[in-house]
Write a protein that binds this ligand. Structure first.
Ligand code: IFM
Length: 407
């Protein structure tokens, strides 16, 4: 039996574009059509059904919920802010508060307004200033009801998928452009961090807690060769910690938001910068179970990463951890084992504030469409019927009691 702290945050996460539906002012909306991808369409109709979904979350024992606000709804045209969209998000946050669910609000979760995309997106040197202006409007509207802010979701995943691998809009493949975007994102975070604190001070509100949600992988050397160990170390430093180190240096993190899903087995063919960063193990000699899109399930990686974050002396929030699978029993096994490993790290002194499962609902998994099922709650996309999965009921026990037990 494992006991978690009394004030622990338990819940799930979503992102606006993946659940709301009809985000037709967003660059993703346009791109999914141009690129011939599955369309996000109505998604989970969460823009209209949020009260129902929060009732379900409440019924599942959640006391926290992470969501994002959609920039393209709030600022559909450059410099023109929609009072109706802002009011909608005030209502959403109040709906959470009314249910005693702590909101964790993300300002940027992969999508951009079309006008920004058309003016160069995050390559534009004004991007950070645009983001700051938008964030100011949102934070002023929501500050009274929100304590936890995430400025950027998975910036490293965003710039690598959109500007290095070229699989997300704007589908560029340039390290230089990616580095430019990375710098603009970093500037946006640092400035927004300071702005949020300034607004809370002006409004005489209790200090906010601001972070990013950083996607981290467990980079595991496939053999103990020097090459493999060095490459795993390098990747951890660069992909996992690069931005975190930068923000800690700028005193621009109040906690660390950690999104953890999987491991990468590192096996380097030969010395070389490309090999060090990109070679992966192609053999099957360290087999583990996989999720529906082939990612290794590696719960011990969560403990390892949390221990590696201890040096920052900052609390950590698990802002995402989850599995897409057609087998719900595997979902519960996944949650159970990750909670065990999170607890192990907490016993060794890592201050973890909460655990937010990805995701509350099945949803639109970006370029992979609606196929992957991550939800604690299943969605029938033709009827919008919600079905609570068995794993959600087992997780409820933990959320309600703060105890993880085998029984
Ligand atoms: O669906 C995504 C989410 O938007 C960001 N983190 C990873 C999830 C699963 O791929």
């Amino acid at each position: 039996m494992l006991k978690f702290p009394d004030n622990f945050l338990w819940g799930a996460a979503t992102a606006a574009y993946q659940v709301e539906g009809n985000n037709d002012r967003s660059d993703w909306w346009r791109w999914e059509k141009e690129a011939g991808k599955e369309n996000s369409g109505f998604a989970c109709c969460h823009y209209d059904l949020y009260e129902l979904d929060f009732d379900l979350a409440k019924g599942l024992g959640h006391n926290a919920h992470r969501l994002s606000v959609e920039w393209s709804r709030i600022e559909p045209e450059e410099g023109k802010f929609s009072e109706a969209a802002l009011k909608h998000y005030v209502d959403v946050i109040q709906a959470l508060r009314a249910r005693n669910i702590e909101p964790v609000v993300t300002l940027h979760h992969f999508t951009n307004p079309i006008w920004l995309a058309d003016s160069g997106g995050w390559e534009n040197k004004k991007a950070a200033a645009f983001f700051l202006r938008y964030s100011g409007h949102v934070v002023r509207a929501l500050a009274k009801y929100v304590r936890y802010w995430i400025t950027l979701n998975e910036p490293t995943i965003y710039f690598s998928h959109a500007y290095i691998f070229g699989v997300w809009p704007p589908q560029k493949k340039s390290i230089w452009k990616a580095m430019l975007v990375k710098n603009h994102l970093a500037a946006a975070h640092i400035k927004t961090y300071r702005l949020i604190h300034r607004i809370y001070k002006e409004l005489k509100l209790q200090k906010p807690l601001v972070s990013i949600a950083q996607h981290m992988q467990a980079f595991v050397p496939c053999t103990s060769s020097v090459k493999n160990k060095f490459a795993a170390f390098l990747r951890h430093q660069w992909f996992n910690l690069g931005l975190i180190d930068n923000f800690v240096r700028h005193k621009a993190l109040d906690f660390i938001g950690l999104n953890y899903y999987s491991r990468q087995l590192v096996d380097i063919e030969k010395w070389g910068i490309r090999n060090l960063f990109a070679d992966v193990c192609k053999s099957t000699h360290h087999p583990v179970k996989k999720n529906a899109v082939g990612w290794d399930i590696y719960p011990e990686g969560l403990c390892d990463l949390l221990l590696k974050l201890k040096k920052y002396n900052l609390p950590v929030m698990i802002t995402e951890n989850g599995i897409c699978t057609p087998e719900d029993a595997l979902r519960w096994e996944f949650i159970f084992e990750h909670l065990e490993h999170m607890h192990r790290a907490m016993e060794r002194g890592v201050p973890v504030l909460g655990y937010l499962y990805w995701s509350l609902l099945d949803n639109f998994e970006w370029d992979k469409g609606f196929g992957p099922r991550f939800g604690l709650i299943g969605i029938d996309y033709t009827t919008q019927q919600r079905t609570i999965r068995e794993s959600a009921v087992k997780f409820k026990q933990v959320c309600q009691t703060g105890v993880l037990s085998n029984a």
